[in-house]
Write a protein that binds this ligand. Structure first.
Ligand code: NAD
Length: 484
């Protein structure tokens, strides 16, 4: 079994305390893909020392040179697509096609950030000449702490890391505990791209052990975190001690509204794609399906047939439609949520009659695509994020009722409506409380030129992507200059 090291100051290093943790392939219970450093606060401190030291010269590296490093990294990423996709599938469980799509998405977003950064600095730096010359000087904030989740183990870290590096910051990165290998593979690509020592550092370990060491260090001036709302709140509270800025991309309970005038075939694709891709472990997954009463029975028949027809199994198999959930904890959480929903009086119309009856093989953490009907707003199945392939279905009689149901959530990440009425679409875009509003487009769709982030308890701080993805990592210095 391979042992994987941390990457600090351009060197592959063991944790000072010598402990390691394993990485289970969720399609094979009890497997172990490698031994990873179970780092401590001492290792994090060393990584921050390295990043703080490297910042002195990296902030003065020209934008063109920083772009060259990132372009080299993206070229390596493109060449490694197959190898990286395999690693993502092995440790996360998603299908190999989904892993390839994740790499492709990172390439598209990375290419966008690479192109946009020069214009971003130029626009802000334009000088206005009167008796005084004034301009805004954008400056990197310093060391950025990047903490990512396991559900998109390489794309999320790219979406944060590339803007941080392009704008002149140095990085201490902590991959999710379930998916350290993808993070370290990306780290190797940064090393091979020739990034100067200390500019990018990677420390693996438990969030509960090393997360605080990243967040509490006053030299870390920005924390970009994607993960659960519960951990996001803890990070924001701790970061407040040093007034460290945070970018928090958190949980969701995203609603798909299907009106009675909708194209039902399109709406069905949306529910299945956004509900069951990545085994439903998508922050922008559809998790509540709100159906107009007039089409509810017809739509449900179609949805159940689609869900029941899906091939669930090992994601390495090209013909698999849906892989396992990401590990034992996910499996326990998702199956407990389904059991609770049944106890609350909902009905499983698609999925295993009992969540424990395993879908494809007893070897992995498999949950069948599940559709629950009879869900009401007071139930946990309606309120709580179930991070798995579970759709909670409610019915409504009017658009106003649908909108009120969709907005009846502490979350506000993504949303979608299927309708052929422009007036309904406009009322929805105006009224929906979400960071992403889709009309006849599924809840998981996004483009890098638009902001990606949630409202309410789905996010805080500037969204990723678009200009705000860069803006998060810079300070604005107002310059007033009179030269005699
Ligand atoms: P998580 O909150 O358990 O962990 C996320 C990361 O935080 C991991 O790297 C973890 O090790 C680390 N961590 C844990 N405790 C910490 C602490 N006290 N201090 C600092 N770091 C700590 O989330 P997860 O289970 O990895 O991911 C699933 C969640 O992420 C879901 O809620 C999902 O909706 C959300 N998510 C959101 C987005 C988005 O863009 N809004 C995208 C993907 C996932």
């Amino acid at each position: 079994m391979d042992t994987f090291d941390n990457f600090i100051r351009g060197q592959w290093t063991r944790s000072r305390h010598g402990a390691t943790f394993g990485d289970e392939n969720p399609a094979k219970r009890g497997s172990n893909l490698g031994a990873f450093q179970s780092s401590t606060a001492d290792d994090v401190r060393e990584a921050i020392d390295a990043a703080a030291e490297a910042f002195k010269s990296w902030r003065r590296t020209s934008i063109a040179d920083r772009q060259r490093y990132i372009a080299a990294f993206l070229n390596l990423l493109k060449d490694s697509r197959g190898e990286l996709a395999r690693i993502v599938t092995l440790e996360n469980g998603k299908t190999i096609k989904e892993s390839r799509a994740e790499v492709d998405s990172a390439l598209v977003e990375g290419g966008h950030h690479l192109q946009q950064v020069a214009g971003f600095f130029d626009r802000a730096g334009q000088k206005s000449k009167r008796d005084l010359t004034t301009w805004v000087k954008l400056e990197p904030v310093g060391v950025a702490g990047i903490i990512s989740p396991w559900n998109f183990p390489m794309n999320v870290m790219c979406r944060k890391t590339l803007p941080a590096l392009l704008t002149g910051n140095t990085v201490v990165f902590k991959p999710a505990t379930f998916t350290p290998w993808s993070g370290l593979f990306m780290t190797q690509l940064f090393e091979r791209a020739g990034l100067p020592a200390g500019v990018f550092n990677c420390v693996t370990g438990l969030g509960s052990s090393i997360g605080n060491a990243i967040v509490d260090d006053p030299r870390v001036r920005a924390i970009s975190f994607t993960g659960s709302t519960a951990v996001g709140k803890k990070i924001q509270a701790r970061a407040a001690a040093n007034l460290t800025r945070t970018q928090l991309e958190l949980g969701g309970k995203n609603a798909l509204i299907v009106m009675d005038d909708a194209d039902l075939a399109l709406a069905l694709d949306a529910a299945a794609t956004a509900g069951f891709s990545n085994a439903g472990q998508w922050c922008t997954s559809t998790s509540r399906v709100l159906l107009h009463k007039k089409i509810a029975t017809r739509f449900l028949d179609m949805l159940v047939a689609r869900a029941d027809g899906m091939v669930v199994g090992d994601g390495m198999n090209e013909s698999t439609d849906m892989g396992p959930v990401a590990g034992p904890q996910q499996y326990a959480d998702v199956t407990a949520a389904i059991r609770q929903a049944v106890a609350d009086g909902t009905r499983i119309v698609a999925g295993a009659s009992s969540p424990e009856s395993r879908a494809a093989s007893p070897d992995g953490y498999f949950v069948r695509p599940t559709v629950l009907t009879g869900v009401t707003p007071d139930m946990p199945a309606f309120r709580d994020e179930i991070f798995g392939p579970v759709l909670a279905v409610c019915e409504f009689a009017s658009f106003e009722e649908a909108l009120a149901l969709a907005n009846n959530s502490i979350y506000g990440l993504s949303s979608a409506i299927y309708t052929t009425s422009a007036a309904t679409a406009a009322a929805y875009v105006d009224g929906i409380e979400a960071g992403l509003a889709h009309v006849n487009v599924h809840t998981g769709y996004k483009e890098p030129s638009l902001p990606f982030g949630g409202v309410k308890q789905s996010g805080a701080g500037l969204p990723e992507n678009s200009e705000t993805g860069l803006e998060f990592f810079v300070d604005r210095k107002a310059v007033y200059e009179r030269l005699t």
